[in-house]
Design a protein around this ligand. Structure first.
Ligand code: ADP
Ligand code: MG
Length: 338
């Protein structure tokens, strides 16, 4: 599909707001673009917690030379045409904002070649202004290089956490996507050291260690429930492993990472009396349902969704988790009396 600027009446219906708050949000947008492009392999390079460099390379469909400039424009997307399309979105992106927003606050190099082009092209944009555009001999796919993030808005650098925190946010973000897309090979290199590498062979359990460490990964219980058009898969921690926060709870809905307190409540409720008050499980759960059943256009960073049949979704999460828990420990766990 070609890249076009959305008409104003469509653009105005899209949940607006800032998508590039921190290095991890840049990584998220670029990884989502690579996945939307059908990549089977995604290579991510990060230097200085993303402040110096974030580079994402994929072997996806590429962007043709004629479309590279427009891809950088605000509200330019190949994934959405009309307002009606907002109700059955199957791609991760649809707002046409990410490249434009990131390019406006950094020095961005976009290198791409489609499968039908003989050579590719390189476009460099500094602080939103084009500084170079030339043909370039490239392999198929796309590389987006983001250097000196927040170069044009240095005040934003002050809002970042320590490098260690920003780095670990990138680690866990990539680990989550690697787990959600086990058929895709992910490689993450931070400051020259490999921090994550997945085989892309479709085996989720092999990817689990990246998110939870080897020990917990081994103990995680598999969840599987198919009901009508709802499909729930993933992994949950046994009752013996708990966390003080909900931070290790991850939900993906139709391939999209969502942070939905109601979904994690459904999960926690399924553990019922098996958890001490104030303790939470670790979980990575993946829900698939008809695109029409989910409204993804409620949050600028697309981190929240709304379900048409909320109760049904929660009930599937609860029952799926409950069943997996009971199957893994047939003797019900009884909370010791105090
Ligand atoms: P969105 O993803 O919401 O459409 P983006 O600003 O992220 O908006 O990207 C704009 C357009 O550029 C996309 O719709 C897509 O056509 C193209 N694009 C961006 N990244 C890639 C990529 N890695 N591979 C192929 N096409 C891409
Ligand atoms: Mg995008």
């Amino acid at each position: 599909m070609t890249i076009q600027i959305l008409p104003d009446e469509v653009a105005s219906q899209i949940a607006a707001g800032e998508v590039v708050e921190r290095p991890a949000s840049v990584v998220k947008e670029l990884v989502e673009n690579a996945l939307d492009a059908g990549a089977t392999s995604i290579h991510i390079k990060v230097d200085a917690a993303g402040k110096r460099l974030i580079e994402v390379s994929d072997d996806g469909c590429g962007i043709s030379m004629e479309e590279m400039r427009i891809a950088m424009a605000r509200h330019a997307t190949s994934k959405l045409r009309r307002a009606e399309d907002l109700f059955h979105i199957t791609s991760l992106g649809f707002r046409g904002e990410a490249l434009a927003s990131i390019a406006s606050v950094s020095r961005m190099t976009l290198e791409s070649k489609t499968r039908t082009e003989k050579t590719g092209a390189r476009l460099i944009v500094e602080g939103g202004k084009e500084s170079q555009f030339e043909p370039a001999g490239l392999p198929g796919g796309t590389t987006v290089r983001v250097e000196d993030l927040f170069l044009t808005v240095p005040a934003r650098l002050k809002f970042l956490k320590t490098d260690a925190t920003e780095r670990s946010q990138i680690d866990s973000l990539v680990a989550r996507y690697a787990l959600a897309y086990p058929d895709v090979r992910f490689q993450l290199v931070q400051d020259g050291h490999s921090s994550l590498s997945t085989p892309g062979n479709g085996n989720r359990r092999e990817v689990l260690a990246g998110l939870y460490g080897v020990d917990l990964a081994r103990q995680m219980i598999e969840v599987l429930l198919q009901e009508e058009n709802l499909n729930l898969t993933g992994f949950i921690s046994p009752v013996s492993v708990t966390r003080a926060t909900r931070r290790d709870i991850t939900f993906f809905v139709n391939g999209r990472w969502v942070q939905d307190p109601a979904l994690s409540s459904a999960l926690v409720q399924a553990y019922h009396t098996m958890l001490m008050v104030g303790r939470y499980p670790a979980a990575a759960l993946f829900l698939k349902l008809e695109p029409e059943e989910v409204d993804v256009n409620v949050h600028p960073a697309k981190a929240e969704v709304r379900f048409r049949s909320q109760d049904k979704v929660f009930s599937v999460v609860q029952r799926g988790v409950r069943r997996a828990l009971l199957a893994s420990s047939p003797v019900p766990y009884i909370q010791p009396s105090r």
